[in-house]
Ligand binder design. Structure first.
Ligand SMILES: Nc1ncnc2c1ncn2[C@@H]1O[C@H](COP(=O)(O)OP(=O)(O)O)[C@@H](O)[C@H]1O
Ligand SMILES: [Mg+2]
Length: 246
């Protein structure tokens, strides 16, 4: 035993496997991944297209269930939860940011941010919604609907939705993929700030510069973790990606 404080990881994957059935046979999207994401850490996941990044993120977030293995979030084994309990758990303890934003066009920015709380039948804290929009620079656009916002503004609404309620874990799949460079950097800086404040960030990206905001980058190939870099700059991350794609 060491004298270090033993803190449970925010997200733990143990031997997680996901195989999709297809007419041509099974597709082994994720092959036995074991990894612990420490609380307050910011991890980037990179890998060639089809290497299993999105599948892994969805398994970790409980949006999909593994064929084998176990996902634990903040001490809760997701597999032990019923579908209803899992949905409720997801709404209160984590958030997911998608490249495609996943906003409802019929709702204002304010109501999109408040939606997960409403769905979880929790009282909506209007001041906290406004504060979340303020943190992404959208305080004055709270009454606009997604079709009246630019792509970058829509992604910031999605991020405000992830900020509201201060979830322990934020999963993001290519969150800057549809953004211009400056907006993308602002989003990454915000994710960095959240991790520094104790939230756990797990982000899939194909952009080495985006990954350089993380504490650690995991490299995936063929459904397995084949490498990791800690505190690397964008150039070092890009070199490792190039090696993987050879
Ligand atoms: N719903 C699905 N049905 C069948 N195969 C899938 C499905 N989703 C993903 N796959 C396959 O699983 C593998 C991993 O996909 P994915 O996780 O989306 O990779 P990545 O995000 O790294 O591009 C790919 O071979 C992909 O074609
Ligand atoms: Mg993907």
């Amino acid at each position: 035993m060491t004298t270090q404080t033993l803190t449970a990881p925010a997200v733990a994957l143990e031997g997680v496997t996901r195989t999709y059935r297809s007419r041509a046979g099974g597709v082994h999207a994720v092959r036995g991944i074991t990894h612990a994401f420490a609380g307050g850490s910011f991890t980037a996941i990179m890998g060639p297209s089809g290497s299993g990044k999105s599948t892994l993120l969805q398994l970790a977030a409980g949006l999909d269930r593994p064929n084998h293995g176990r996902v634990t979030i903040g001490g809760t084994v997701l597999d032990s939860l019923s579908e209803t309990a899992l949905t409720k758990f997801r709404r209160t303890s984590m958030a997911f940011i998608f490249q495609s934003y996943n906003l409802l066009d019929a709702l204002t920015a304010f109501d999109n941010v408040a939606l997960p709380a409403r769905l979880a039948r929790l009282p909506v804290d209007g001041a906290a919604v406004t504060d979340a929009l303020d943190r992404v620079g959208l305080r004055d656009l709270a009454r606009r609907r997604p079709p009246e916002l630019s792509g970058g503004q829509q992604q910031r609404v999605a991020i405000a939705r992830a900020l509201y309620g201060k979830p322990n874990v934020i999963f993001a799949d290519e969150p800057t993929g549809a953004l211009d460079r400056n907006t993308g950097r602002a989003v990454l800086a915000l994710l960095r700030t959240l991790a520094d404040g104790g939230q756990t960030i797990v982000m899939v990206t194909h952009d080495p510069l985006a990954a350089s905001y993380a504490d650690e980058t995991l490299f995936l190939a063929d459904g397995q973790i084949v490498g990791r870099l800690q505190g690397a700059d964008a150039a070092a991350i890009a070199r490792r990606m190039n090696d993987l794609e050879q």
